[in-house]
Design a protein around this ligand. Structure first.
Ligand code: MG
Length: 365
């Protein structure tokens, strides 16, 4: 069966530079996958960033993996190309974000053809989900406090702060000092600490944080379990959770009291649902993380977050909060609550806006 695939690179300017333990981003460069099958067409967004600091994949390596490995393998397979077939491609484990984008596009085409929304297909049970704000490392403390004040004024309750050695206790203390318990506060280290920092991280215990996310470099589950015993703040894992199996193992080891689920990191939405099921069965709170998605990727994450095991606010704010341009219509928000899209597939792409943001298009032969 014919499978047409287009790899499109786009660039969306950020409203303000986004700084984490790995570097600073001013433009969100994104790779999109468009497929045309006998069922129809569909779009998928690749979560990879323009640098490989988060997971080892970046936009360029994901693009190459799709062109040289994943799409050829899918076309060569005995079965008709389908979203479910992507999981079995030999290149998938080495390129989870690339594979997830291909799966998303195929799933989108299948659901559009059937007139079914992604949330309904995945087993979503909610029409709205709660979003929290994620703040990068600002140039200085006053700007951080202004950003927290703005988030609370917009109706958000949860604020997540990026931290790293040298920027952790002081900003947390300043936020608690100014806003008290009005804010549900959590921090994300993106793996910037080592096991030797356990004593330092215990200094965060007195601030009643909802969690500390990925304190140690991935994928050390045993080291995170030891850290979890040494600090009172609940440990949440993000980068470490590369599959549903790893999620179950992290829970069993006591390495994660909370789990951040991202379809890109796990090789696809279908595996993210299986990881959700592992969390839900064990009573481990889960939430849906973000990768500064466009409206397309964020709409898909809203669908995922509508499943019953996503019990904590996710990185699900409307993209216009961080992007100065987008490729979909605005995603509806009511205070901290985001509407789960109900149209066919993930969400409609605005083709004019897409064209304006396009840097390059490669049609795979
Ligand atoms: Mg994270």
């Amino acid at each position: 069966m014919a499978l047409e695939v287009e790899l499109r690179r786009i660039a969306l300017p950020l409203r303000r530079p986004f700084r984490t333990a790995h570097g600073t981003m001013t433009t969100r460069e994104l790779l999109l996958v468009r497929v045309v099958t006998e069922a129809g067409d569909g779009w998928g967004e690749c979560a990879a960033l323009d640098h490989s600091g988060y997971s080892g994949e970046d936009v360029a390596t994901a693009h190459a993996a799709l062109r040289d490995e994943l799409v050829p393998a899918l076309r060569a397979g005995a079965a008709a190309p389908s979203a479910a077939a992507v999981w079995h491609l030999p290149g998938r484990p080495a390129h989870p974000m690339a594979a997830a984008a291909l799966e998303a596009a195929l799933l989108d085409s299948e659901l559009r053809a059937g007139g079914l929304s992604l949330a309904a297909h995945l087993g979503g049970t909610r029409s709205e989900v709660e979003a929290g704000v994620a703040l990068g490392i600002p140039p200085a403390l006053p700007e951080l406090l202004d950003q927290v004040a703005a988030a609370l004024a917009e109706g958000y309750r949860r604020v997540k702060l990026k931290v790293r050695p040298g920027w952790d206790v002081e900003p947390v203390a300043a936020i608690r000092d100014r806003f008290g318990d009005a804010v549900v506060l959590q921090v994300d280290a993106n793996g910037a600490y080592s096991p030797a920092d356990a004593g330092h991280l215990a200094a965060l215990d007195r601030f009643d944080l909802a969690m500390i996310e990925q304190p140690l470099a991935a994928p050390s589950l045993t080291a995170h379990a030891a850290l979890a015993r040494a600090v009172r703040t609940p440990v949440c894992l993000d980068e470490s959770i590369t599959s549903a199996g790893v999620a179950a193992e992290a829970i069993a080891l006591g390495a994660a009291a909370v789990i951040n689920l991202k379809p890109g990191r796990m090789g696809g939405m279908l595996e993210a649902v299986r990881a959700h099921d592992a969390c839900h069965r064990s009573g481990t709170p889960a939430w849906c993380g973000g990768m500064l998605e466009s409206g397309l990727g964020r709409a898909a994450n809203l669908a995922l977050a509508s499943l019953p095991g996503f019990t904590l606010p996710g990185d699900l704010t409307p993209p216009e909060r961080y992007l100065a341009a987008d490729i979909t219509a605005p995603l509806p928000r009511r205070g901290a609550m985001m509407a789960v899209p109900t149209g066919p597939g993930a969400v409609a792409v605005d083709l004019d806006a897409l064209e304006a943001a396009t840097v390059s298009v490669e049609v795979l032969k």
